[in-house]
Design a protein around this ligand. Structure first.
Ligand code: TYM
Length: 339
């Protein structure tokens, strides 16, 4: 599993809402594709899910966390090749998170787009928790604990990874060279899948909870997924016209199709130029439903064996802790908490 010389990857998904095809295309599929090449550390960010506590009150958070964990495996992440774990099972995340919080200027945190947008929704003046502001410091701890070389994410997380780099540099400048500076890894195409109901908004877990037809969740029944795609917003033209330029909704459908089938935009042009939107949508729906059905079959198998799932959770946490403990000790030593 751990082979020196192999570059290390760290990434995760926050345990809020249901995973959708945007998460799959922008992040999970990239992790699966790279797992032979890199040493993957992939986790479910459950501590991050508490940054808007109102959103998890009354929810069975651990059940949701285990659903996401099982989905990683169902999407093709091999728990032997990759280290899969849950953030709160590795206590070093919270501990290094505090060191990172102390090393991060408040002005950097206030610039976070996520804080600005989510803070607006949650209404900062009405008492939003400080965790929402400090979120990028915990994310930096997640990444730096594993001396990650690469952090594969969708476009919306690029700013947070850049902030992790800045926080690492600042800690190193304050306390001496301690952390490796990670690089972000982003898909050339598919790093920002848009909402099916509104192709000007990024497909998001939270919008999907409020707007039917916004996203296709990985565990959606096939007929519901097909319906959402067949109703996707395109434009007022009747057919795909590459020459005249593609409306955002059409571009989004083509991107989904290309990412899932490994085809190019040139191939799409040959295939769909002049096609009525209904034809394009049916093709996208077939591909998406086919992929969901593979994922869901595997998901049922994995969640059907609770004992094996518990073993995978424990095994992954143990492997992650072995690495995280060494880095945390290094950081404690660097800042003088340990001699
Ligand atoms: P989260 O849970 O919002 O998203 C998980 C991953 O999915 C990507 N993604 C998308 N990609 C393409 N199109 C979309 N519409 C789309 N929506 C989401 C995200 O970019 C991300 O890669 N803060 C992180 C979780 C996290 C993390 C970390 C990530 C915590 N610690 C350390 C990397 C490293 C988050 O909330 O992602």
């Amino acid at each position: 599993m751990t082979s020196p010389g192999r570059k290390r990857v760290l990434s995760g998904i926050t345990a809020t809402g249901r995973l959708h095809i945007g998460n799959y295309i922008g992040a999970i599929s990239m992790w699966a594709e790279n797992q032979d090449q890199y040493e993957n550390f992939l986790f479910v960010a459950d501590l991050h899910a508490l940054t808007i506590p109102e959103a998890v009150v009354g929810a069975n958070l651990r059940a949701r966390v285990e659903e996401i964990f099982a989905l990683y495996v169902a999407c093709g992440i091999d728990p032997e090749k990759s280290t899969l774990f849950v953030q709160s099972d590795v206590h070093q995340h919270a501990e290094l998170g505090w060191l990172m919080t102390c090393a991060t200027p408040v002005s950097w945190l206030e610039r976070s787009t996520q804080f600005k947008t989510k803070g607006k929704i949650a209404d900062v003046s009405a008492g939003v928790g400080a965790g929402l502001l400090c979120y990028p410091a915990l994310q930096a701890a997640d990444i730096l604990l594993y001396d990650a070389d690469y952090v594969p994410v969708g476009e919306d997380q690029q700013q947070h990874v850049e902030m992790s780099r800045d926080i690492a540099k600042r800690f190193n400048a304050l306390f001496g060279s301690t952390f490796k500076i990670p690089d972000v890894l982003i898909r050339k195409s598919g790093s920002r899948i848009m909402g099916l109901d509104d192709p000007t908004a990024k497909m998001s877990k939270s919008l999907a909870e409020r707007q039917a037809g916004h996203a296709v969740a990985l565990l959606d029944p096939p007929d519901q997924a097909r319906k959402a795609i067949m109703r996707a917003v395109t434009d007022s033209q009747p057919a795909v016209d590459f020459e005249a330029g593609l409306a955002p909704g059409v571009d989004n459908l083509l991107t989904i199709l290309e990412c899932l089938t490994g085809t190019t935009r040139g191939q799409s042009q040959g295939h769909f130029d002049g096609a009525r939107y209904g034809v394009l949508k049916a093709a996208v729906a077939d591909v998406v439903v086919g992929r969901l059905s593979d994922i869901q079959d595997r998901y049922r198998e994995i969640t059907g064996d609770r004992a094996q799932l518990a073993k995978l959770l424990a095994h992954g946490a143990e492997r992650a802790r072995a690495v995280a403990a060494g880095t945390l000790a290094r950081a404690y030593h660097a800042c003088g908490l340990r001699s």
